[in-house]
Design a protein around this ligand. Structure first.
Ligand code: HEC
Length: 319
């Protein structure tokens, strides 16, 4: 039976090598970059503008859809666990032209959606990467994807979430919001890249937490829990970029615990309490941001610190 054991080992060993667990920046697992040019880790394409009247239902659906699109909480399997999201490939609704996974991409910006690494459903046993398409105006371009297997946007999105990335069925509202987001996004007028600074990251956490606050009073508990989980994972990513900066990490951990309280209150069906707790985190995020931002120079949002980190990674891989 020895050959069977060897075959089983070969099957599990490959995926383990393809992604790494010990990285402070999850995106490094799927970016083709070198230590001399960390630009893709310091910028992202300009974010589509929310076109709806602030505080309208459609405004919040867009915000919730954006949160889901950017969160690994939507995906399951290896991808979800390692921090992959729709946004990792379709960055800001466009194309991440640096996306590259060994064995699943032939050129940067391509990906084999029928693989065994991220999916227990769609493997076709063939190395057949496809270009990542931009998603602007995607509601008008049925059928999907390039080979037209799916008649509707809803069908392909469900296929991507549930089959290609082994996700669980998202809460109904999150599903609806994601489709709303995909149907609405347009490339921003000033196609400028957004610098990924600590300030940007903290602003984005506040933006996500506003969605949470809205959801506590208006949405079903599953949606609130999904939102809390998505924000906590985003917080973890920011926490990692502040590796070694103890005061900042302590503060971010406190936010994460407060978010857990929101979840506990929703589980106990205390909506007003959950709302108050969400507003309290938001308030804390607003007042503490100014203390955190100066620490950026010690973090992996700083180009020099980042270059040093990338060099140390390259050196340890070469050893
Ligand atoms: C690992 C990279 C990757 C991730 C993550 C990813 N996609 Fe894709 N997506 C692709 C590729 C590659 C294609 C093209 C597939 C083809 O042509 O067969 C595609 C195609 C699509 C299409 C069809 C577009 C068209 O014009 O036909 C939609 C819609 C889509 N993705 C939405 C999503 C959503 C929503 C998510 C998150 C739930 C997501 N994708 C996550 C790589 C990715």
């Amino acid at each position: 039976m020895r050959w069977l054991w060897v075959a089983a080992l070969a099957l599990v060993a490959w995926p383990v090598h393809a992604l790494a667990d010990d990285l402070l920046i999850a995106d490094l697992q799927w970016l083709a970059i070198d230590a001399n040019d960390a630009t893709p880790l310091l910028f992202e394409p300009g974010d589509p503008v929310n076109p709806h009247a602030p505080a309208s239902d459609e405004f919040w659906y867009f915000e919730l859809g954006r949160l889901a699109f950017r969160s690994p909480a939507l995906l399951g399997g290896l991808g979800g666990r390692h921090g992959l999201s729709c946004n990792s490939c379709h960055s800001s609704g466009g194309v991440n032209s640096h996306f590259f996974v060994d064995g699943l991409s032939d050129f940067p910006g391509t990906f084999d959606t029928t693989n065994a690494l991220f999916s227990t459903h769609t493997d076709d046993g063939v190395f057949n990467p496809k270009p990542i398409p931009p998603l602007f105006g995607v509601a008008e371009t049925a059928p999907y994807p390039a080979d037209g297997r799916f008649a509707t946007l809803e069908q392909i999105v469900d296929h991507v979430v549930l089959k290609e990335f082994d996700g669980l069925t998202p809460p109904v509202t999150v599903h609806r919001a994601l489709l709303h987001y995909l149907k609405t996004i347009e490339p921003p007028d000033n196609a400028q890249d957004t610098p990924l600074t600590a300030e940007f990251a903290l602003n984005d956490l506040r933006r996500l937490t506003k969605v949470l606050s809205w959801s506590t009073l208006t949405q079903n508990p599953e949606t609130v829990v999904f939102t809390v989980n998505a924000i906590r994972r985003q917080l973890e990513a920011v926490h990692n970029r502040f590796s070694g900066v103890k005061p900042v990490q302590a503060e971010l951990s406190a936010w994460s615990l407060e978010l857990r309280t929101v979840r506990r209150l929703i589980d106990a069906e205390d909506r007003p309490g959950a709302r108050a707790a969400a507003e309290a985190v938001l308030q804390r995020m607003e007042t503490r941001a100014a203390d955190i931002i100066p620490w950026q120079r010690k973090s992996l949002y700083d180009p020099t610190e980042l270059a040093t980190y990338l060099e140390s990674r390259t050196a340890s891989e070469a050893r």
